[in-house]
Design a protein around this ligand. Structure first.
Ligand code: CMC
Length: 392
């Protein structure tokens, strides 16, 4: 019989070669195309980071302008797609809507589904990056019962997203530059993270030759789980449930208890065995945003800071090398901006789309890649003969 290596959860299997993102989990280091995440979060901005992830180098000024123009040209959705949104129940989770609408893009944009054509691959790439903010904002608008707000191409990527979420026809919404900067930073910090579950899902779906919209919809579906992108929503719910600093020890006790399925959401990571470098930037951004909004005494932030302090000096968390991850502080920022918790994971999906599509593109351009087809260790019954139903 064939002999296979058993590696549940792929903890020691490299599925591909990649030159996009580098993580040193022990050091807590994250590089996009060689550039440290904290430098990019501070000095760059999301669309420039998109260019870097997709094409491998930081753009020149002309390349950047050209890329921004190409993206803004595709921010509108086919008008008929509004009917697609309207087919959902109003109480649908926005993630369900995003998953459905992104999958449906292949039914609307036929001229960018032929993956053998590099030009069509490029158009699909630009369309996905340009339209995800519109899709996510409209999932929100539909959810809260407000009219869809069309994109504004005179605004930068993050400001336009905030505009589509928070503008209403009755009143002009002026995007605060600090909030828009914070939003942009959240996008940058989530843009890529090498072969995580949703990215591997996109690559696996793409390895069969499926069209890019179908592949990204598969990524959205995988991201939804609470062990992955759903953690930001779960984390804020947990911080609210803890409610006050004096209840923290009770929850730390629960996290220690092997018989209790409770985990401290926003803590731990498959790869980082040190502080997640994204969490550091997120913590600083959370403070900035809450200060701007005049809510520094936000009880959720207080619980988060105290919980972090206690967990970092707790023997269980030290022994298991559990540190805050990217999702620990992002929910606090998004909540302060006015987003309901159900929007946290769709926002993560919006930002990760560029990572998914960069990895998908890299896979298609790699001649060594084959259809992803893991094997198994069979543990079922040996060969046996069929028994007629009356004899069972
Ligand atoms: N709270 C309490 N105990 C934990 C936690 C936690 N958050 N995370 C891991 N552990 C324990 C776990 O019980 C296990 O203990 P033992 O060895 O005694 O069985 C040990 O630490 C190792 O955990 P694991 O589940 O085997 O590790 P993993 O690499 O499979 O899981 C993880 C990584 C992120 C799924 C996990 O740490 C977790 O569930 N964290 C909470 C959810 C979360 O915040 N996820 C967001 C990840 S970052 C954003 C993203 O990439 O999507």
């Amino acid at each position: 019989a064939d002999v296979f290596t058993y590696d549940p959860g792929f903890t020691s299997t490299a599925s591909c070669e990649s030159s996009i993102t580098y993580i040193d989990g022990g050091k807590g280091e994250l590089l996009y195309r060689g550039y440290p995440i904290d430098q990019l979060a501070e000095k760059s901005h999301f669309l420039e980071v998109c260019f870097l992830l997709l094409y491998g180098e930081l753009p020149t000024a002309t390349e950047l302008t050209d890329f921004e123009t190409r993206v803004t040209r595709h921010t509108m959705l086919h008008e008929q797609m509004t009917n697609f949104f309207r087919g959902f129940r109003r109480d649908a989770h926005p993630m369900a809507i995003v998953c459905g609408v992104v999958g449906a893009m292949s039914a609307f944009y036929h001229d960018s589904t032929d993956i053998s054509d590099p030009w069509q691959r490029e158009v699909a790439t630009i369309r996905l990056i340009a339209k995800l903010p519109t899709i996510v904002a409209w999932a929100y608008k539909y959810h809260v019962g407000q009219p869809f707000v069309y994109p504004r191409n005179d605004l930068d990527y993050a400001s336009n997203f905030l505009h589509m979420c928070f503008s209403v026809p009755a009143e002009e919404y002026n995007v605060d530059p600090i909030l828009s900067r914070a939003m942009d930073r959240i996008f940058t910090l989530h843009a890529d993270h090498e072969q995580n579950a949703s990215t591997s899902t996109v690559r696996l779906a793409g390895s069969s030759g499926a069209n890019p919209f179908a592949c990204i919809a598969a990524g959205v579906a995988c991201l939804w789980g609470p062990a992955h992108g759903g953690a930001n929503e779960a984390c804020l719910r947990m911080l609210r449930e803890i409610g006050s600093v004096d209840r923290i020890p009770e929850f730390i006790e629960r996290a220690h208890d092997k018989n209790d399925p409770f985990r401290l959401m926003g803590f731990g990571h498959r790869v980082y065995k040190n502080y997640d470098p994204r969490a550091k930037v997120m913590q600083e951004t959370a403070k900035e945003v809450l200060e701007l909004l005049g809510v520094e005494d936000n009880p959720t932030l207080q619980v988060a800071q105290e919980l972090e302090r206690i967990a970092l000096s707790d023997q269980y968390f030290i022994d298991k090398k559990l540190y805050p991850n990217v999702d620990f502080y992002s929910g606090i920022i998004l909540d302060a901006m006015g987003f309901p918790t159900s929007m946290f994971t769709p926002i993560f999906a919006l930002a990760r789309t560029v990572g998914w599509i960069s990895q998908w593109k890299e896979m298609l351009e790699d001649p060594t890649q084959k259809i992803g087809r893991p094997r198994q260790l069979y543990t079922g019954a040996a060969h046996r003969d069929y028994v007629d139903v009356e004899k069972r």
